[in-house]
Design a protein around this ligand. Structure first.
Ligand SMILES: [Zn+2]
Length: 447
């Protein structure tokens, strides 16, 4: 299994901190120089011949290798090449009409700040150029170039203290290490991809099943064969995502004609993505933890992409795609489930969201905000009902009577049980303050 350890690192002395900053700053400077040569060629500027791959990166590697070490200089250049390849791939998808997964025109790779306003401190270290020692006092050691070594009268291997315990301290192989300074909370961070033995996987406690309904207002509605129902609320997150998206649009409208973007815009994009990824990652873990405890060994996920294409407006579609990054989210779910030994199946069958569980009708039901009602007398939470129907379709065993659904809210760090957890949909609907609140949020965004 491929996994990633992320952790905070601290220099052991002021001298060490200065050295680390110089290393990250020089890496950013190299990135910028390489990127400049490529961008000028991409924009077909006078004096820059050929396409982006004709830029002379060899000379730049020579210029920086004494500071960074040859391997780090190479890695930074390679990473920039990957960013350009990624950009060309996205651009191709954007212009391919049969492909609807890229909805915004992609931008060429950006610069890592500049000398005047400060560069974005960031580097990448080859897998053979660093070592990690896990233990009571975990340590990271990285190679630095001879010029930095001399400047700081240093031994050439920079030692950093690692804070906290990683998810995967035992691994068979380590990959390229990303190392950067996180301005938002003034810490140095690292991300280490590792290959973990398949034996690290847990074994399910029983053979229960669960089905997931994925949406934007409720991120996940889940029903299990043990009779549990979970609802992860997404309104706050979606609102903040939308707020940031509006701010990005506002800043974009003020850009001069020949500019794609600005550092501020890029920072907002990064912030938006980071916030979403953090919430998604935590959701996957929280959910799989619960499902594992209930003995679930199989999870069904509805084929949501098909659903979006046929049932949602184009505008809502685009927003929701961006917000959820569905493919990535499904991959994340699969990946987390794997650690718990839980299998995941993505089923792209007919939509269950509008089906009445009592009489089976799909065209007589109405959905108002979160409530599904049917002339036959049924009334229930639309997304939870959908996950229940979806579960019944995928299992031959009877689904046990449902406990009261547990609702979770995101507070920027954790998913915790919401105070609304013990209200039934009916109670919510008749509570005027809740109706008002739902009405505001749902406008234009609800399914
Ligand atoms: Zn009915």
């Amino acid at each position: 299994m491929k996994r990633t350890n992320t952790f905070t690192v601290r220099p052991l002395s002021d001298n060490g901190e200065q050295l680390l900053r110089d290393l990250l700053d020089a890496s950013a400077a190299l990135w910028n120089e390489v990127n400049y040569l490529r961008l000028m060629r991409y924009n077909d500027k006078d004096g820059f011949k050929g396409d982006v791959w004709d830029a002379d990166t060899g000379t730049l590697e020579g210029k920086y290798k004494d500071v960074l070490g040859a391997s780090t200089a190479q890695q930074v250049i390679r990473k920039n090449s990957e960013a350009w390849r990624g950009f060309f791939r996205l651009k191709e998808q954007f212009h391919d009409e049969s492909n609807t997964s890229v909805t915004e025109h992609p931008e060429p790779p950006g610069f890592r700040g500049n000398e005047v306003d400060g560069r974005q401190l960031k580097t990448v270290i080859r897998n053979t150029s660093y070592t990690v020692e896990w233990g009571d006092r975990s340590r990271l050691e990285i190679l630095v170039g001879s010029e930095l070594k001399d400047r700081y009268d240093h031994i050439g291997r920079l030692r950093l203290e690692i804070a906290g315990v990683p998810n995967w301290p035992d691994y068979e192989k380590q990959g390229r290490l990303d190392l950067w300074y996180d301005e938002t909370d003034s810490t140095f961070r690292a991300s280490q991809p590792v290959t973990v033995s398949d034996n690290a996987r847990a074994t399910p406690l029983a053979e229960e099943k669960a089905a997931l309904d994925i949406g934007a207002n409720n991120l996940i509605a889940c029903t299990t064969t043990t009779g549990e129902q979970y609802l992860y609320e997404g309104r706050n997150l979606f609102d903040r995502f939308r707020e940031t998206t509006r701010e990005i649009a506002r800043l974009q409208s003020k850009l001069e004609d020949d500019r794609y973007s600005s550092e501020r815009i890029r920072r907002l994009y990064r912030k938006r993505t980071r916030r979403r990824d953090h919430a998604q990652e935590a959701l996957c873990r929280d959910l799989m933890d619960r499902l594992y405890d209930k003995g679930v060994s199989m999870v069904y996920i509805g084929g949501l992409i098909d659903v979006l294409e046929t049932h949602w407006s184009v505008e809502t579609n685009a927003k929701t795609y961006n917000f959820w990054a569905f493919k990535k989210f499904t991959e994340r779910l699969v990946c987390t489930a794997e650690e718990y030994g839980i299998s995941v199946e993505v089923r792209s069958e007919a939509w269950t969201s509008q089906e009445c569980p009592q009489c089976g009708s799909t065209d007589r039901t109405t959905r108002h905000q979160d409530t599904l009602t049917c002339p036959c007398g049924f009334e229930g939470h639309a997304d939870l009902t959908a996950s229940e129907t979806f579960l019944e379709r995928n299992t031959s065993e009877p689904v046990r009577p449902m406990a009261r659904p547990v609702r979770f809210e995101w507070d920027d760090h954790d998913w915790s049980e919401s105070p609304r957890s013990h209200e039934s949909p009916k109670e919510q609907r008749t509570d005027p303050s809740t109706v008002h609140c739902d009405g505001n949020v749902a406008s234009g965004e609800s399914a």
